[in-house]
Design a protein around this ligand. Structure first.
Ligand code: NAG
Ligand code: NAG
Ligand code: NAG
Ligand code: NAG
Ligand code: NAG
Ligand code: NAG
Ligand code: NAG
Ligand code: NAG
Length: 376
């Protein structure tokens, strides 16, 4: 539990003891006269009422302890309602190096922190689950959050969704990082996207502006996740260059898509474009098209044991045409297909910080109330 909570509880208890202490000493005379007198008179002054009050106080104390224990020291999992999980069409994951029991009381704070980073009008951020990993309490916690429409009945509009997609991909590529309340949460790591309605396309290392000038020439499917592809990206590019038999003045650029919007689940579609310092003449294009389609056994040069089998090789209609062209003819200039420019981030901010959870308040109030009832 957080330091704040401990302090809060401590103060409340002191407060309560002060109040209760004076209250009971003032009224105890009425309940059982002589209770507070010397030991030698204890036996004959002892009344049933005294004993009864003592017994009740003890049982309240004990039940209080047992009520607190399972809730605040053993709670290592949190799961949102299924209804909320199902309506979160955008879901992402990160890891916090704190035990879940220390994080669960601050879920609203965490939602607020994430919202300040990626939130947009008419959306809200909900923590969907917090599961502690590993055996001991010193392990990390896996956090899954979702972005939901607000109100839930109106789907997130396409413009917001595209801004959200950009900022979530930036987080995944560590081009930006989640800034959380460090004193409570520490640093977030291992950011992954689990689900994004409409899919995600990640452009590793290479500049996004490249895709404004060049058309995708071919694509193929690999049974890997986006994260696995990025882990092995330099090997992937070297092998692909080799497989395409590119010369030193040619290069290949790729972008990687998962149609379900996950960076952890296979498969991926790799969309690729070849560029040359010297320009690609129709003859070279035809040669490339032949290399790409002609040697499935060579797996496009990719190591089968790392990347698996290349499937579904598909040429763009432009490259496909060069394959069937009998006489070399001037190729149409590739035109930009998609605009990848980044829309500006929304300045929208959450209106008010949410107060931290006060899990002990209700217990303290219950004890106070019982205490008063007993003294009446
Ligand atoms: C985000 O964090 C990672 C790992 O700590 C770091 O390498 C990267 O430079 C950070 N990105 C930004 C934009 O600060
Ligand atoms: C969190 O990250 C910041 C900057 O990367 C670093 O200065 C700080 O020590 C980190 N805190 C923890 C608890 O890892
Ligand atoms: C893809 O790989 C996963 C394991 O990563 C495997 O379970 C699945 O059967 C594979 N799918 C295909 C179509 O090869
Ligand atoms: C490829 O990535 C996986 C993890 O996804 C890693 O275990 C493996 O070592 C990488 N292979 C190479 C050749 O980098
Ligand atoms: C690879 O390209 C070189 C020229 O760059 C060419 O001589 C060679 O025949 C090509 N090999 C294949 C298998 O296409
Ligand atoms: C393919 O990758 C595996 C595992 O990384 C490695 O042992 C093997 O030598 C590689 N094969 C080639 C042809 O590079
Ligand atoms: C080329 O186009 C034809 C139809 O125009 C199609 O059937 C074929 O699959 C395409 N080839 C590739 C490799 O994309
Ligand atoms: C792969 O290429 C084919 C042909 O150009 C296209 O129809 C298909 O949409 C592409 N797939 C992806 C995921 O880009």
């Amino acid at each position: 539990m957080g330091k704040l909570d401990k302090q809060y509880l401590h103060q409340e208890q002191i407060h309560d003891i002060e109040n209760g202490g004076s209250g009971s000493s003032g009224e105890s005379g009425l309940l059982c006269p002589g209770c507070s007198m010397g030991l030698q008179r204890f036996a004959n002054q002892f009344t049933f009422k005294c004993f009864f009050v003592l017994l009740l106080s003890l049982s309240v104390l004990l039940s209080g302890i047992f009520w607190v224990l399972p809730r605040y020291t053993i709670q290592t999992r949190f799961d949102a309602k299924d209804e909320i999980k199902l309506s979160a069409t955008v879901q992402a994951y990160f890891r916090l190096v704190k035990p879940a029991s220390q994080l669960i009381p601050y879920i609203e704070r965490l939602e607020y922190d994430i919202y300040s980073e990626i939130g947009l009008p008419n959306t809200k951020v909900a923590v969907l689950s917090m599961h502690q990993s590993g055996a001991s309490e010193s392990e990390w916690t896996d956090v899954v959050f979702g972005v939901l429409p607000d109100p839930m009945t109106v789907p997130i509009n396409p413009v917001s969704l595209s801004v959200l997609r950009s900022s979530i991909i930036e987080l995944f590529l560590q081009q930006s990082n989640l800034t959380l309340t460090t004193s409570v949460f520490g640093n977030a790591s291992s950011f992954e996207i689990l689900k994004f309605h409409g899919g995600i396309t990640v452009i590793p290392v290479q500049s996004a502006s490249f895709w404004q000038k060049h058309e995708i020439m071919f694509n193929f499917t690999l049974n890997n996740s986006v994260s696995e592809m990025l882990d092995n990206f330099s090997a992937f590019k070297d092998e692909l260059k080799y497989g395409l038999n590119l010369s030193s003045y040619e290069n290949v650029y790729v972008q990687i898509t998962n149609i379900h919007g996950s960076t952890v689940d296979p498969p991926v579609v790799v969309q690729a474009s070849v560029v040359s310092d010297e320009g690609l003449l129709p003859q070279r294009l035809k040669q490339l098209a032949q290399t790409i389609t002609g040697s499935p056994a060579k797996n496009l040069g990719l190591n089968n044991s790392v990347f698996g089998k290349v499937k579904g090789i598909s040429l763009s209609s432009f490259l496909n045409r060069t394959l069937h062209a009998t006489t070399p003819s001037p190729s149409p200039a590739p035109s930009p297909q998609t605009d990848y420019t980044e829309p500006p981030k929304s300045p929208y901010a959450h209106p008010l910080p949410l107060p931290p959870h006060q899990p002990f308040k209700s217990l303290v109030l219950t004890v106070k109330c019982l205490h008063r009832c007993l003294l009446l």
